[in-house]
Design a protein around this ligand. Sequence first.
Ligand code: BGC
Length: 546
Amino acid sequence: MTALPVWWQKAIVYQIYPWSFQDSNGDGIGDIPGIISRLDYLNDGTEQSLGVDAIWLSPIYPSPMVDFGYDVADYCNVDSRFGTLADFDRLVTEARQRGIRIIMDLVLNHTSDQHPWFQKARASRSAPERDWYYWADGKDCWRRPSNWNARFGGSSWSWDSFSRQYYLHSFLPSQPDLNWGNPALRATMFDVVRFWLDRGVQGFRLDAINWLGKDVRWPDNPIRLGWRGYTRQTHLYDRDQPLAHEVMRELRSVISAYRDVVLVGEASADTVGGPAAFYGNGSDELHTVFDFRLLKSPWQADRFRTVISAAEQAVPSGGWPSIVLSNHDQSRHIDRYGHGGDAGRRARAAAVLLFGLRGTSFLYYGEELGMRNGTLRYRDLRDPYTKRFWPFRVGRDPARTPMQWDASAQAGFTNGRPWLPVSDNASMVNVEWESKDPLSLLTLYRHLIRMRKSTPALLMGSYIAMESGNPHCLVFMRTGKELTPPDSDMLVAVNFAARTVTCFLAGPERTGRQLLSTHQRNTDRRPWTSGRFDLQPDEAIIVSLT
Ligand code: BGC
């Protein structure tokens, strides 16, 4: 008998970047009352809304916002830019009434340097909080304790002139790393977890988990000749230590006292054993872990095929995959995949993969509209990382521009001056306009989400790669026959070429009905056969097999 899926396995999770979703008070920054006013868009129970089951909220904690919330100054409150704890409670209640759960972002590796813990730690070497962070003396001749370099550039060590030692920060100097070897820190952080669970939160997206734990003898990392920046050294000692897994196991046991809580992990692609190592034995660490290989892949069938198979194999029994194409740290996928081709058509095909592959689907706000990277001038930029590498890297600000609700002056996002400029294309790419257009990307997303939720094979079926006879064509099946009760097998085929291709499936002929094509209106149910079928340029189809 097939185990019934738990809520988060079937869920469509929508990532909200709070700065950019909806402003309610005209200060140009999104806020929680703004999010509440837009909940019906996400799920009002009708076919008109998106059908989202959960919101992943990027950090809303009080913060100096040097890293836009990933530098937390108080884990048990809400930043006044976004509202109050009472607003947050109302969000949980109003979301729940619409069948939407809240997943909080949790930054475990570091705090802000403005956090009272760090303030106390730096004020006195004998404060209990001193050991909640990493401190070290320099080597002779004013050399830093080790050669470690930080993810966002520069050394990982900064000198604290007050307490006259170096402190460690794996990201920005204003983000000191926490020492998870300290039991009091651990206990306090697990109380933070309970604080939010008691308020009705049903999951956590765990930030940068493979950075937890360091080799505190501070050995130098080996240098990689010919490489630059962060990759100039092999990060043997400043991350990827067994302690990170120990903490995940403890966290799993903390949340197991609550019902139906999900832990979603973000770990770097090159962590030891790959991000999937954070599934542990399949049931003792995280429920699901992002695999960014799909997100990083160029728009090529063979690359997608390889990456999907590798990602499928990486998930141990008991674990569950997540499918994610965009987030707040990356250039939007319509621009990435669209490079050198028809971006609009490719975004439609990518949507079929997002909802056709096995795993929980994560959407990044605005991707359902086809929001593009904003074209920003240097003076518009806010993110230190984006500024540091501008104009050589796209950076992160272009993917964080305000949500495009309508064709009004600031796209319906704010009555004030938005914190980042609204994209130029907002007059055409917006919720109001696309809601009326049966061929819009938004209409396709709504349709695919409904189809996925009502099709057991798409939700729970196994993934089987198929040979299509054409290198540009990616074909796979999601099996329904093995489920209890059995469902039809579903076939997904995507043409990555900019021309029409002909495909066929080896083996006994199978027939079915094509339920969806990204090139046609959504009502298509034409007969289909595996012997020979054509796919238009960048077309994706879903077929129910008989
Ligand atoms: C988050 C980033 C953040 C970094 C440091 C990442 O994994 O997604 O937005 O800047 O961690 O917290």
